[in-house]
Write a protein that binds this ligand. Structure first.
Ligand code: F0G
Length: 462
């Protein structure tokens, strides 16, 4: 890594070869579009979005080498060369024996929990991502979050707020009985808790608990490279290690990995389920054949596998990771300087506005984070995503049970937006914050029985 000490600016470590125009709309147009979408930005056509921070998933810009790989992809049904390249790369990083390609992360989750989940089973995690929770629960099992206390407080600044609460993990195992825990999971970085990293020490401690009770540890590794870079920056003893070495150590404590390659493999589609246990892998492959495809393509085209293999080369590049983590931090720091409450410290892939403090006048059962999300679109054509009472709130015996965190996620697609795009985002968020007293609460007019945030519709409360 060449970075001279007199240079302060972190520049994008790439130049742009292909561009995609983005469309400007007027305030009046956005008012109509938002109303038609039932005040749910998921239901807005992407062409009407100026800056799309809905997700960092599948939205990466691929490199010229990845695009070249698409032409080079081997489309053989069985034994594709591109599969072997992807398998070798995943194995180099994870050290896992069985690499099962899937079309995305939730397909890996579905296959895994169809086999090891079921009624009476309990799956602990630092924080289950929504699809992970949904797949655990769909199998009939229970998903339990064991996030450390600091991770639940947006204003606390700490290095590893994604850490598992080791005592809570052990208490959960004892409460429900070892025989009912098929696996322990750990999500790196912790997306639903603010993209916060998990320390190597904590992964090691989680492993020790798993060893104590003879349980396998599965890593939800969507953002493993970002987590590895945080460890390099923050955890003593890792400064001189490469991101690859750190990632390899992280995976060495796990028995399996579920992965959405749409994040830290820099591709638009793809994933894997990696497992050390051969018997479990056989069962998973059999189900894969029914639901995804033959075990050497698993729901992907050969070219997708090629792009994943190349993306995994690029994601662990230190210049890339430095730019990635620093540019997310840039957005977080600027908002903080403006007095805008965010989940601190800035995470790896996203900045999360803390809606409870941003908008204290709207109670959680009127979806303050959703209201801010709507205002960001209305005022600046920015699409963010609510991670709060819409996504995780629920009714229990007629009463609304609010989640701990009420957030608006500004997820940063990888290698897509430049610093001036981000400066524009800062300006719009400031404008919404300045007029926060005017924001109104929302009520649901439609909700699906599961994962309601994707399709819910709302109206403003007068
Ligand atoms: N696990 C984590 C931690 C995730 O963030 C995601 C996806 C998945 C699993 C599922 O992967 O989408 O490929 O099926 N997160 C996206 C997001 C959707 O916007 O955060 P998938």
């Amino acid at each position: 890594m060449i970075r001279d000490s007199y240079i302060k600016t972190v520049i994008e470590p790439f130049k742009i070869k292909t561009v995609e125009p983005i469309k400007f709309t007027t305030f009046e147009e956005r008012e109509r579009i938002l109303k038609d979408a039932g005040y749910n930005p998921f239901l807005i056509s992407a062409e009407n979005v100026l800056i799309d921070l809905l997700t960092d998933s599948g939205t990466s810009a691929m490199s010229s080498a990845q695009w070249a790989g698409l032409l080079d992809g081997d489309e053989s049904y069985a034994g594709s060369r591109s599969f072997y390249r992807m398998e070798a790369k995943v194995r180099q990083i994870t050290g896992m024996k069985n690499i099962i390609p899937t079309h995305q992360g939730r397909a890996a989750e579905k296959i895994l929990f169809s086999i090891i989940g079921g009624k009476g089973k309990v799956v602990p995690n630092n924080t289950h991502f929504d699809t992970t929770r949904a797949n655990v629960e769909y199998s009939g099992a229970m998903a339990i979050d064991c996030l450390n206390e600091q991770g639940k407080h947006p204003e606390i600044i700490a290095d590893f707020k994604g850490n598992m609460d080791i005592e809570k993990l052990e208490a959960t195992i004892l409460k429900y009985g070892v025989e009912n825990i098929p696996v322990v999971m750990i999500t790196v970085t912790n997306n639903s808790g603010g993209g916060q990293p998990v320390s190597m020490e904590n992964i090691r401690q989680t492993r020790a608990i798993c060893d104590k009770y003879g349980l396998p540890l599965i890593m939800d590794s969507c953002r493993f490279a970002e987590n590895a870079y945080f460890i390099k920056m923050r955890e003593p003893g890792y400064q001189d290690k490469t991101p690859l070495e750190i990632a390899q150590e992280m995976f060495s404590y796990a028995d399996g990995s579920t992965m959405s390659a749409k994040k830290d493999a820099l591709v638009n589609i793809g994933g894997w389920l990696a497992l050390n246990n051969d018997d479990l892998a056989v069962q998973c492959r059999n189900l894969l054949i029914v639901t995804e495809g033959f075990p050497t393509y698993g729901g992907l085209a050969g070219r997708d596998l090629e792009a994943i293999a190349q993306g995994l080369e690029e994601i662990l590049d230190e210049d890339y990771l430095h730019y990635r983590i620093k540019s997310t931090e840039y957005l977080g720091n600027k908002l903080t300087e403006l007095g805008i409450p965010i989940l601190l410290p800035p995470g790896g892939h996203a900045i999360y506005l803390d809606a409870k403090r941003f908008c204290p006048t709207i109670p959680q059962d009127q979806f303050p984070a959703q209201s801010i999300t709507c205002a960001l679109y209305l005022d600046g054509g920015i699409r963010a995503v609510e991670i709060g009472s819409v996504m995780f709130g629920r009714m229990e015996e007629g009463a609304f049970v609010a989640p701990d965190l009420e957030l608006v996620r500004l997820a940063i697609p990888r290698r897509v937006y430049t610093q001036s795009h981000i400066d524009y985002v800062i300006e719009v968020v400031k404008h919404v914050h300045d007029r926060r007293e005017e924001l109104r609460g929302l009520r649901l007019t439609y909700e699906a029985p599961m994962l309601r945030h994707f399709t819910a519709r709302f109206d403003y409360i007068d």
